[in-house]
Ligand binder design. Structure first.
Ligand SMILES: NC(=O)c1ccc[n+]([C@@H]2O[C@H](COP(=O)([O-])OP(=O)(O)OC[C@H]3O[C@@H](n4cnc5c(N)ncnc54)[C@H](O)[C@@H]3O)[C@@H](O)[C@H]2O)c1
Ligand SMILES: O=C(O)[C@H](O)COP(=O)(O)O
Length: 524
């Protein structure tokens, strides 16, 4: 039974789901890195929020881990690259806390516009500071949204409901989507010049780091308000401090900081600065949503192979998983065949799907084929890590589909290019059994077996007899024998299923037969 570790403060709903789905679950929030490294090897699944940090060291110790699930959106606490290289699926819940976080941004906007925290402090201190607080009305003001994805677009909708005007900067926002939302798509410079308040909703990337730099802040309107409920590092904190001190920025409200937990931030104590401790997703509703979703997603993957919301591998729906499984197995076996006859490496790989598999989600099938082809060189590779490994090695991947298949109702064909020439194999599922149906363009009908002796020879009398005698003399039993040939006396292939490994000296003797061009012992 797969075992899952919940290593962060998740709603108890997650543990309930795991138990109901028949998984073993341990709940251990607040582990140190060393404690996590000590125990992670016991688990197939890991569920986290942002406090637990599965970095490269944790992932290196995760010998059984198949999936890391983030109950939330940002995965910057997870070393996704290390997980991918190890074949671990990383998934998140992209929508579960979006409304809640958008609401927090709107709450921060109001808090900034009316200085609610400071007014509250003064009032409760008995000061009745009525004269100290003159706010800003939001109606008819312009909100600049940087990053108009899930959360940014909810913030935009809410702001429009408050009768604000909304301009959005997001290179990936289409004009159609902007029109549907009722926002005006603008360049960053225009947003800086026009916004009375700016709210950030992008992930932290090389392109978005310090997107509100000192230089950008100088281009904003005097009296601008800045809200950051996305990620610390999107805004230059020192420049915001200077802007608040000088009065250029009238107020700023941040939920996220460059360094978290933020204990001694440059912004603390600045005039009209409001802080919350990364509370954007902290509502009962959102936490229930993300906990339920991530638990179902992790359980689905571990129990059925269905993949949703993965950041490092194609999705497979629960309906697709059972239909894809036999083709993924066939693709991986054919890939393994092609990888073994590539004898050490290939520069190109072509994967073709004909008939039924061409109508399925071919991305995971391609990933499975590539994983098979790479396995002779990299034993640990799987369909999560395979596409990245292929890319890193500069191998060209081509995928083709053909809706019908001339002979079989389903066919997967794999070709690998070695030193400028192609080596190929094709297979089909025939009456539920995965079979090799073509090698080097020659038709045959062979079942996969744990050990197959592959011989490429010239079709001349005496070859089969000599081969049989050699194997017999070595005490090797033949389980299956399948032949394919171009035409009489031409090139031929033999796939001989055998019951044991063949000693190297026997392979050498077969190689020395006059009809033989190439011999390879294939293992599956
Ligand atoms: N404070 C919290 O507790 C909290 C909660 C949830 C999410 N978040 C964070 O909020 C952020 C947004 O989440 P989301 O779900 O809306 O993500 P999303 O992926 O749906 O949207 C992000 C948007 O940013 C845009 N973008 C990317 N690069 C950009 C660039 N260089 N300039 C402008 N726009 C760019 C993308 O096109 C996309 O539309 C994430 O960083 C997430 O981690 C914070
Ligand atoms: O990216 C997210 O989902 C938010 O930053 C929420 O983080 P949390 O789950 O640690 O509150």
């Amino acid at each position: 039974m797969p075992k899952v570790l919940i290593a962060d403060k998740l709603s108890p709903a997650a543990a309930e789901i795991f138990k109901n789905r028949g998984l073993e679950v341990d709940v251990k929030p607040g582990l140190t890195k060393e404690e996590l490294i000590d125990i992670i090897g016991d688990y197939d699944g890991l569920a986290v929020r942002s406090a637990c940090k599965p970095d490269a060291d944790v992932i290196a110790a995760a010998t059984n881990l198949k999936v890391i699930g983030r109950a939330g959106i940002g995965v910057d606490n997870i070393d996704v690259k290390a997980a991918t290289a190890k074949g671990i699926v990383v998934m998140n819940t992209p929508f579960g806390n979006a409304i809640t976080t958008a609401e927090h941004a709107i709450a921060m906007l109001f808090a900034a516009a009316r200085q609610i925290p400071a007014a509250d402090r003064g009032t409760q201190a008995g000061e009745w500071p009525k004269k100290a607080f003159m706010g800003t009305e939001l109606t008819a003001k312009t909100l600049g949204v940087i990053g108009c994805g899930n959360i940014g677009s909810i913030v935009a909708e809410r702001a429009l409901g408050l009768k604000m005007k909304v301009v959005a900067y997001d290179p990936f926002l289409t004009e159609e989507r902007a029109t549907d939302l009722g926002v005006q798509k603008v360049e960053l410079e225009q947003l800086l010049a026009r916004a009375d308040a700016i709210t950030l909703h992008t992930p932290l990337t090389a392109a978005t780091k310090n997107i509100l730099s000192a230089d950008a802040i100088q281009k904003t309107k005097k009296g601008v308000m800045i809200i950051n409920c996305a990620r610390g590092g999107l805004v230059d904190e020192a420049a915001v401090r200077a802007g608040l001190d000088s009065g250029h920025i009238s107020a700023a409200a941040f939920d996220v900081f460059v360094e978290e937990p933020a204990k001694d931030n440059i912004l603390f104590g600045a005039p009209n600065f409001i802080a919350t401790p990364h509370l954007g997703a902290a509502t009962t509703e959102a936490q229930e949503n993300v906990a339920l979703q991530i638990a179902e997603q992790i359980a689905d993957y571990l129990l059925t192979g269905a993949i949703s919301n993965a950041l490092n591998t194609p999705s497979i729906t629960a309906e697709e998983a059972p239909r894809l499984k036999p083709y993924a197995d066939l693709a991986e076996k054919l890939g393994l065949f092609a990888g073994q006859i590539a004898d050490g490496g290939f520069s190109d790989i072509e994967i073709g799907f004909e008939g039924e598999p061409a109508h399925l989600n071919t991305k995971p099938l391609t990933a499975a084929a590539v994983a098979g082809a790479l396995r002779p060189l990299f034993t640990e590779v799987n369909m999560v890590s395979a596409p990245e490994m292929l890319k890193a090695r500069g191998v060209t991947l081509t995928e083709a589909t053909r809706s019908d298949s001339p002979v079989y109702d389903n066919l997967i064909r794999i070709r690998v290019k070695v030193d400028g020439s192609w080596r190929d194999v094709a297979g089909s599922i025939v009456a539920g059994v995965p079979k090799i149906v073509e090698v080097k363009g020659m038709a045959l009908d062979a079942k996969f077996r744990p050990v197959i002796l592959y011989v490429n020879n010239v079709d001349k009398p005496g070859f089969i007899g000599s081969l049989g005698v050699m194997l017999g003399d070595a005490g090797i039993n033949i389980a299956t024998f399948n032949l394919g040939r171009q035409s009489q006396g031409e090139e031929a292939v033999a796939l001989v299923g055998i019951d044991a490994e063949i000693p190297e000296d026997v392979v050498k003797k077969i190689e020395a037969l006059p009809q033989v061009r190439y011999v390879k012992v294939l293992t599956f």
